[in-house]
Ligand binder design. Structure first.
Ligand code: PMP
Length: 360
């Protein structure tokens, strides 16, 4: 079996052990004689899969009992709308922090439903840093504060959790959830598209504090109501059953590896090694302010952009795939989520050193 090192930002590499287990269970899940894909979402087999996945996620993230965990569809992009639709009614105003491409999309969508106050921005630095706590101009009457703890495209990460003085904090954790322990009680809502650290595309995980679940704005589609989704256990309609099952296998894989504390150690080592290699070379550059460098998405440029396509071709031939940077920024980007082993990062570092020697 030939597996490559896949540095895609998402959909991203999944742990091979998870894929193999899914293969073993593909046509006959646990003696049921059915694939999980073929099961009624309300049958006892799938209910047990769904409940186990939620219990495992609660354990991994130490999610307090007063939070609901929703397994939805529509991607993180739908949460850009669901958050204001469900929370903005309280005061009609919301604070947003702008740290790059994904914050901007959340802000644009938020503006359709409420008055948006830009409470902080790193646009002046071309999004190479995150605003500090003292730079935030938060409004006391905001219904919530929205931010993006990890900007997947810019590779910028908040080194702290903003203090919002009691205003519910909403975090788009699409590209950082499960990469390390996080104190869920600091947040009103945490949401993430699954296709990076959680499982396959098609599933969106939303963790929402119970008291924030109420009457959404008039005209909100039933499917977009947290109340409806919470009351029905994410089964108002047919949920993404197979993606939910696969996420459950990822949760078990994480538990077998020491949970999120264990993952954090490995992820820190992987990121440090790659940034060190970049900084030590005169050939590769990462523009991000060191304390705000992402553990998950590492963008870098070559001294000569004319070499980009050769770099990508040779990397691909060496089994290092999907290193092309986002089309909006160019250069390279290595996404090194939980499923990327340390050996994969080392193989990339070795390849980069060799490429520099031949072309630098
Ligand atoms: N937010 C962030 C931080 C992301 O990285 C992405 C996807 N790359 C999105 C939102 C959009 O997610 P989706 O495609 O699931 O809507």
């Amino acid at each position: 079996m030939a597996r490559v090192y896949n540095f895609s930002a998402g959909p991203a590499a999944l742990p091979v052990e998870v894929l193999e287990r899914a293969r073993e269970e593909m046509v006959d899940w646990s003696g049921s004689g059915m694939s999980v894909m073929e099961m009624s979402h309300r049958g006892k087999e799938f209910m047990s899969i769904a409940e186990q996945a939620e219990a495992d996620l609660r354990e991994l993230m130490a999610i307090p009992g007063d939070y609901k965990v929703l397994f939805l569809q529509g991607g993180a992009s739908s949460q850009f709308a669901m958050v204001p639709m469900n929370l903005a009614g309280a005061t009609g105003k919301a604070d947003y922090i702008n740290t790059g491409a994904w914050s901007k999309k959340a802000i644009a969508e938020g503006k359709r439903y409420c008055a948006v106050n830009l409470a902080g921005s790193s646009e002046d630095s071309k999004f190479t840093t995150a605003p500090g706590q003292a730079d935030l101009a938060l409004s006391p009457d905001a219904a919530y504060v929205h931010y993006t703890p990890n900007e997947t495209i810019g590779g910028v990460e908040f080194p702290y959790i903003p203090d919002t003085a009691g205003v519910p904090l909403v975090a788009d954790m699409s590209s950082t959830m499960l990469s390390r322990p996080v104190d869920v009680s600091r947040f009103g809502i945490v949401y993430a598209g699954a296709q990076k650290n959680i499982g396959p595309a098609g599933l969106t995980v939303v963790i929402v504090r119970g008291d924030l679940i109420g009457e959404p704005l008039a005209g909100t589609p039933t499917m977009f109501s947290y109340a409806t989704q919470a009351e029905t256990g994410s089964m108002y309609n047919t949920p993404p059953t197979y993606a939910w099952y696969l996420a459950g296998l990822v949760f078990q894989w994480l538990k077998e590896r020491g949970g999120l504390a264990g993952m954090a150690e490995v992820n820190r080592r992987k990121a440090e090694a790659l940034y060190q290699a970049i900084d030590a070379s005169g050939f590769y550059t990462n523009p991000v302010d060191p304390p705000c460098r992402s553990w998950m998405n590492v963008p870098f440029t070559l001294a000569d952009p004319n070499l980009d396509s050769t770099f990508l071709q040779e990397a691909s031939a060496a089994g290092l795939k999907t290193l092309k940077g986002h089309r909006s920024v160019g250069g390279m980007r290595a996404s090194i989520y939980n499923a990327m082993p340390e050996d994969g990062v080392q193989a990339l570092i070795d390849f980069m050193a060799d490429f520099e020697k031949r072309n630098g």
